[in-house]
Design a protein around this ligand. Structure first.
Ligand code: ARG
Length: 461
């Protein structure tokens, strides 16, 4: 095999250098976007008179044939041709001859790869935003169909105050909504055309970058040719936004894992999303949640790889930058797979009302409200806090709970306890008292569900 771009060389490339330098094994997936960019570039070269209109047309029909071959699995990707760009260019020339050799006029693989990745990323962002909307919908469905369920809300993983399950799930809706916002904001920065920057300094040909930008649906063109070929900020942002999605998925995973263990028993995850043990017949393991939690570390690794890759690279393009693709693709694939599996798994979760109610009774979560109760009857808060502490200790000693403790026993600690104490201590009452926007009272949660639905619909429309 003769040396690629070998005009100025006498010797061949060492076989190991080919193995080190080839990227086609992972960048071949960019082919549709590479060809999309080349079609627009060829059209512009033709209409600006840089190549003949006839050559431009020949190139375009040849590129479409190459794309059809790729889609049919008929293109034999050759690692000796390094990357997706050269493989496609060589295939084009094989089809259309000399016209194909004019395609690379006024262009470099440096602005070409920058363009390919922006085109690819734009679509991935749209797909991730859609998946985030689907996940939010699944959470809202789940919240809506369990609107009266109450469970302990935790701080320090200790029972703190009862909350509606719907309120808890809506917390995740907020997180995934912010994640979607971040990706939408990133899309504006991604959607500019680097092509025309050529290797680094621009090109002497009379190109029309605006035409190419319009053709490719970009909102504008990059302003500095050196930045355009050297910049990988948007890859880091993309993976960073993805890492935040994974962090949120990992937190909900952790909760589902806890909730499904018998000590909590709040949920059961459907058979389609759990696995058995090869040795312990009784097991039903929440592997999906565990894998998502595990894959979070993988995406953090991708982010770290990109940040580290870029920190010492001088202007402008350096071959190091080829190492950006595997972490980028890995993060994108992982985030999308995890989002999709989660939207499917959530409807397969059943909630155990009794276990949640039992846990809600058990944690003395009424204690703060009980102190407030005494305060409204004139007892100073510090004193009320002390009285309730004694009541809790008494309950612990007698294996009782605050809602079940008889009134006479309450009155041993303070004469201010009245016969409304038991209805006051119902979890439903405690929850309903947090009645302000952002609180867990059913009317507020109902409104929050409605607002979240409208917000999603507005983004979709
Ligand atoms: N495969 C290369 C990459 O991904 C494309 C750009 C190559 N440019 C170069 N000057 N060798 O970075």
């Amino acid at each position: 095999m003769s040396k690629l771009w070998g005009g100025r060389f006498e010797g061949a490339t060492d076989a190991l250098v080919e193995a080190l330098g080839e990227s086609v094994s992972f960048d071949a997936r960019l082919a549709p976007w590479d060809i999309q960019g080349s079609l627009a570039h060829a059209a512009m070269l033709g209409s600006c008179g840089i190549i003949s209109e006839a050559d431009a047309a020949t190139i375009q029909s040849g590129l479409k044939e190459v794309l059809a071959d790729i889609e049919a699995g008929k293109l034999a990707w050759d690692p000796a041709l390094e990357d997706v760009h050269t493989n496609i260019e060589v295939a084009l020339v094989a089809k259309v001859g000399d016209a194909g050799k004019r395609l690379h006029t006024g262009r470099s693989r440096n602005d070409q790869i920058a363009t390919d990745v922006r085109l690819w990323m734009r679509e991935q962002i749209d797909s991730i935003v859609t998946l985030l909307a689907r996940l939010q919908e699944a959470l809202l469905d789940c919240a809506e169909s369990h609107q009266d369920l109450i469970l302990p809300g935790y701080t320090h993983l200790q029972p703190a105050q009862p909350v509606l399950l719907a309120h808890h799930l809506l917390a995740y809706v907020e997180m995934f909504h912010r994640d979607a916002e971040r990706f939408r904001e990133l899309r504006r920065r991604v959607n500019v055309l680097p092509l025309g920057s050529a290797a680094l300094a621009g090109t002497p040909y009379p190109i029309d970058r605006e035409q190419v930008a319009r053709e490719l649906g970009f909102d504008g063109i990059t302003r500095n040719s050196m930045d355009a070929v050297a910049d990988r900020d948007h890859l880091i942002e993309f993976v960073s936004d993805g890492a935040l999605v994974m962090m949120h998925l990992s937190r909900i995973s952790e909760e589902l894992i806890l909730w499904s263990c018998p000590q909590f028993g709040f949920i059961e995850i459907g058979d389609a999303f759990t696995t058995g043990s090869s040795i312990m017949p009784q097991k039903k393991n929440p592997d999906v949640a565990e894998l998502v939690r595990g894959k979070t570390g993988r995406v953090y690794g991708d982010l770290n790889a990109l940040l580290t890759l870029m920190k010492g690279v001088p202007m402008t393009y350096n071959r190091d930058l080829q190492e950006d693709k595997e972490p980028l693709f890995d993060a994108s694939d992982t985030v999308q797979l995890c989002l999709e599996v989660y939207a499917r798994m959530l409807p397969a979760i059943s909630f155990n009302r009794e276990a949640m109610a039992e846990a809600t009774l058990a944690g003395f979560m009424e204690a703060t409200d009980l102190a407030d109760y005494l305060v409204t009857r004139g007892v100073p808060f510090r004193e009320a806090h002390g009285i309730v502490g004694q009541v809790v200790r008494h309950c612990l000693a007698t294996e009782n709970t605050l809602p079940r403790l008889p009134l006479q026993e309450y009155q041993r600690f303070s004469p201010h306890f009245g016969d409304d104490i038991h209805s006051f201590l119902q979890a439903e009452t405690l929850v309903a008292r947090r009645n302000h926007p952002g609180g867990t009272a059913p009317v507020q949660v109902h409104q929050a569900l409605h607002n979240a639905r409208e917000r999603l619909a507005a983004y979709r429309g």
